[in-house]
Design a protein around this ligand. Sequence first.
Ligand code: PLP
Length: 408
Amino acid sequence: MNAISPNLTGRLIAREDVYGATNYKPLDVVLNRGEGVYVWDVEGKRYLDCLAAYSAVNQGHCHPKILAAMIEQAQKLTLTSRAFRNDQLPLFYEELCELTGSHMALPMNSGAEAVETALKTVRKWGYEVKGVPADRAEIIVCNENFHGRTLAVVGFSTDPQTKAGFGPFPKGFVNVPYGDAEAFEAAITENTVGFLVEPIQGEAGVIIPPAGYLKAVREICTRRNIVLILDEIQTGLGRTGKLLAEQHEGIEADVTLVGKALSGGFYPVSAMLSNTDVLGVLKPGDHGSTFGGNPLACAVARMAMKVLVEEGMIENGATVGDRLKASLSAIKHNSIREVRGRGLMLAVELHPEAGGARRICEALKTRGLLAKDTHGDTVRLSPPLVLTADQADWIAGEFEGALREVIG
Ligand SMILES: *Cc1c(COP(=O)(O)O)cnc(C)c1O
């Protein structure tokens, strides 16, 4: 950085470093505009966004119809709290439940809140419906899980950094290996009320379980009277080429959690979806959120769901995702260990000798492509679902170029 006349990027980063908590280590790019698959930095340079805010902008940045819905609603009514009713919430409920084939929904804001809501509700179901003795309910979770950052959730993380220094944690969680239905069944006790699992583990580095895993755990949960809770906050809403990732195995969860792209990236909106059996246990006063289900959130989410379906984004994500995966797989470079993923939830894992994925992401950034390294050796690629075939080919080309530039 030029010390005498630092550019705008440098000045903004310096300001952020002085005043902001350093709980992230972002790439040094300062963005101020987005449209579709592209974002621009404050110097005017354009990038293709291959992170899409961890899949929260499946619909593309600043989708004009979602923007219009947001402005229109913001001019009318933004927040009533749930002490009163608003005219958007019933329509949001209806459209969300019809889209996902759910009986009931409970709106929250962040994904972590939707997870907490499910943990609380499924525990209550365990006591009131299944008959588990008071305070004995157990929920089984997977190793390498990611379900957010609240205390209960980080308490059952197996990533040491996620939980170090934050204890003590709530009890009642049991960890099992991901992708192993037998290990799951072996961990069940008479007090097991739920199984919380991601259909594909996103933050773990796009880990796809063996074929038949979700079907097997579905069958076990039904047979043992356990609530199957699928965290589709990242895999849902078209990311994997289907509306919900559970559809790849033709199953239906008892509880489904959605968030992120539910608002197309405009506003935090999440929801717990379930059958009446589970959400039906909640009585007035049991749970709540000041902002959950507010009219602005509902209007934004309604349009975010509408454009996802009407504009064929789910089908497009499936087709273009297959194409991108094939082009990445065709790259002949001995640093590539594996290309994996489903739909537009993709990852390229490099061999450890390649010297780390962060270097590749830095080179991609210079080439006008923003991607996120994860777990040291993996680059994840999850652009908005409005990506075109040409853009997919361009990504694969730049990826190969970055590998040759950095590694040789
Ligand atoms: C992002 C994510 C969450 C947490 O969502 P926040 O909105 O960040 O709280 C939970 N589960 C999964 C699978 C996620 O990818």
